[in-house]
Design a protein around this ligand. Structure first.
Ligand code: UGA
Length: 456
């Protein structure tokens, strides 16, 4: 049986390790974070991801899953080592490969037999080839007889649905330079092959680029629909109907056509920037991707301006209380990285508004990671509490539970009744819209918009 190692226990590494253990492989997961590994050994997931706790407990109980902080141990234990460490953006937009390099150094240091190193982290095109040359010269320099081979196997799982995506991926992309590496990875994923999930085997560079191209394309799609939403408002059209009508064409598809406050998260903002950087280094200006990045920035600013202009007196929001619902960059995750909520809260509090927030999962992270915003935020235990004496509610993330609140009680407890629905959750809900001065995204068919001054 092939033994598996995973370096990096973030969303990708941890979910991937737990799923491979579920398929019966012996999996060793390694992370440099001592605290994280201690919690994981006790079956406690450091991240919120539906279904993950159950897989972790199952793996620990069966003994298929183990956790370590020792690079030597993970390398020693494993035939196939997945590198799934972070590749954050540097100031210039390029990917910071520090952690991937550290992982590669450890593998070269501790390898004592043939290894297949599989890069799951999203890496600039050409990185796998560079690592292959590094391993070749490290092994040759030591005079050893084994081979360390490199493969690229990008990950497409979505946060919030990571476990189900890993159990049933849309496709498996394998980039290799040898038939041996390709066969080995195909055996690791034989469950997916048996389930009829499509495989694409290609060279290292294409596999690396598929990931960036896929994420950038989705970011372009979102920015496109957001831009159409802003135009729809000006010309009296409705973006939900436009998206529905566009999505009926199977060449377009209805997915990723949900207008909103702009995309966030740890992937699209970082990967679009990194692809533009790869383009520049290769002498290719990527105009379409650059436009998506610029449109995303504009979208966040437009949401902020709309709220601010509606609620302010002479440009100031002093004396206004605004309830913000949803901090996570999307529902079913506690991740607040690059979340549009940050920009909106920063802008509103900068103009003097008191901010009361509620998010089902994101508040713990915000308390920890937003020291700059925390003095102007009051964290609340429920949607209801956040709305008491508020002038407006701003929905930033489409958590399902927001649909089930007691709107009568909430509207009754507010000082003024403005609802900025940046996710269009209630665009079709006449009962909710009827209780508020309602602002969706991209609905130009409703032109009866009031400012706070007019409403009073
Ligand atoms: C994204 C990709 O969807 C995954 O395939 C990929 O594996 C992952 O990045 C990654 O590179 O690791 P993720 O960032 O978890 O997944 O989240 P998405 O569901 O793609 O949403 C990203 C952002 O776009 C969110 O802020 C979301 O609210 C926004 N979005 C998405 C929209 O505004 N409209 C849409 O129609 C869809």
């Amino acid at each position: 049986m092939i033994t598996i190692g995973i370096i990096g226990t973030g969303y990708v590494g941890l979910v991937h390790g737990a799923v491979l253990a579920h398929y019966g492989f012996q999996v060793t997961c390694m992370d440099v974070d001592d605290y994280k590994i201690t919690r994981l050994r006790e079956g406690e997931s450091p991240i919120y991801e539906p279904g993950l706790d159950k897989l972790l407990k199952e793996g620990l109980q069966s003994g298929a899953l183990s956790f370590t902080t020792s690079a030597e141990q993970v390398v020693h234990n494993s035939d196939v080592i997945f590198i799934a460490v972070g590749t954050p953006s540097k100031m210039d937009g390029s990917a910071d490969l520090r952690y991937v390099r550290e992982a590669a150094l450890s593998i070269a240091q501790y390898a004592d037999r043939d290894k297949l190193v599989v890069l799951k982290s999203t890496l600039p095109v050409g990185t796998c080839g560079t690592f292959q040359r590094y391993f070749d010269s490290a092994v040759a320099g030591s005079g050893a007889a084994y081979r360390i081979e490199v493969a690229s196997n990008p990950e497409f799982l979505r946060q919030g649905q990571a476990v189900s995506d890993a159990l049933s991926p849309s496709r498996v992309i394998i980039g290799t330079e040898s038939e041996h590496a390709e066969r080995l990875l195909q055996s690791v994923y034989s469950v997916h092959a048996d389930a009829g999930i499509p495989f694409l085997c290609t060279n290292l560079e294409s596999a690396e680029m598929i990931k960036y191209a896929a994420n950038s394309f989705l970011a372009v799609k979102i920015s496109f629909i957001n831009e159409m939403a802003l135009l729809a408002e000006k010309v009296g059209a409705n973006i939900s109907h436009i998206a529905q009508g566009m999505g009926m064409d199977e060449r377009i598809s209805p997915h990723f056509l949900q207008a909103g406050p702009g995309y966030g998260g740890s992937c699209f903002p970082k990967d679009t920037q990194a692809l533009v950087d790869v383009g520049r280094r290769s002498g290719e200006e990527l105009y379409v991707v650059q436009a998506a990045i610029a449109a995303n920035k504009k979208q966040k600013q437009t949401m902020l301006d709309r709220i601010s202009e509606t609620l302010s007196y002479g440009g100031s929001l002093k004396g206004r209380t605004i309830a913000v619902w949803g901090l996570a960059f999307k529902p079913d995750t506690d991740d607040i990285r690059e979340t549009p909520s940050y920009d909106v809260i920063q802008g509103l509090s900068g103009k003097g508004a008191a901010i009361r927030v509620y998010c089902p999962q994101g508040m713990k992270q915000a308390v920890r990671l937003w020291p700059d915003l925390n003095p102007s935020i009051e964290y609340c235990i429920s949607e209801e509490e956040s709305a008491i004496q508020a002038d407006a509610i701003v929905i930033m993330t489409e958590w399902e539970q927001f649909r089930r609140v007691d709107w009568n009680a909430i509207a009754g407890s507010m000082r003024s009744s403005f609802l900025f629905d940046c996710r269009n959750m209630f665009g079709q809900d006449k009962a909710v819209r009827g209780r508020f001065h309602y602002y969706g995204v991209g609905d130009g068919s409703d032109r009866r918009h009031y400012t706070l001054r007019e409403a009073q």
